[in-house]
Design a protein around this ligand. Structure first.
Ligand SMILES: [Zn+2]
Length: 213
């Protein structure tokens, strides 16, 4: 197995982290989250690295994580998401009042619905889907055990947690998701988060002021 490259890109009008992933020397890429207007920057990296985008994995249905997907998809690209955010994937305009004035929110068709406990293949590595509701109903984390890495969307941030005041938000559910799904991961697991700097399970268990282990 060749080295995994995880390229973090902060994109879109409110600075959402997207992660473009490929193997050194490989030809295929997987994008995790697709902020609005991300296509140009993503396509530039694909071109420079001589990669073909095969899959887009969406951590959740909020507009700032999915509204750029429609520009990247074609019939060969699989798009993954959780059914509990279906309405936001298919009709993101329902979140317009929580978006940026004037920004048109385009839907994306999910081609593969994923559920808690699903095992996915991530460039030859095994990934476990962890359903972590609370920030929104359908937020999932993608745990890449072999790389000590977990993509968490907006469940938890460095020293913070996802907001729970948007439609479908639920603080007790978020607390449970963090305690039961994120904190039990190995301490050394790096957390690739939806906004701001990366962190780790160890760091958040020790210092996160909002959800204590
Ligand atoms: Zn969100």
């Amino acid at each position: 197995m060749n080295k995994l490259v995880v390229k973090k890109m902060e994109l879109g009008p409110i600075g959402t982290n997207a992660f473009l992933n490929w193997e050194e020397g490989g030809e295929e890429a997987i994008l995790i989250d697709a902020p609005p207007d991300c296509a140009k920057e993503v396509q530039q990296v694909l071109h420079e690295q001589n990669l073909t985008l095969k899959e887009i994995w969406l951590t959740h249905g909020h507009w700032d994580h999915m509204a750029g997907a429609h520009e990247l998809v074609d019939e060969n690209i699989e798009v993954l998401g959780h059914m509990d955010d279906r309405m936001m994937f298919e009709d993101p305009a329902v979140m317009t009042q929580f978006s940026i004035p004037g920004l048109e929110l385009k839907p994306v068709q999910i081609t593969r619905w994923i559920s808690d406990g699903d095992e996915l293949s991530f460039l030859g590595r095994s990934v476990k889907v962890l359903h972590c509701p609370g920030h929104c109903p359908g937020n999932v984390a993608f745990w890449v055990g072999a790389e000590n890495l977990c993509f968490v969307g907006d469940v938890i941030f460095s020293g913070s947690i996802g907001r729970t005041d948007l439609p479908g938000g639920d603080f007790p559910a978020l607390e449970r998701s963090i305690r039961e799904k994120i904190y039990p991961l190995p301490d050394g697991t790096a957390l690739a988060v939806g906004h701001g700097p990366d962190t780790s399970v160890r760091q958040e268990k020790l210092t996160n002021p909002f959800v204590r282990p």
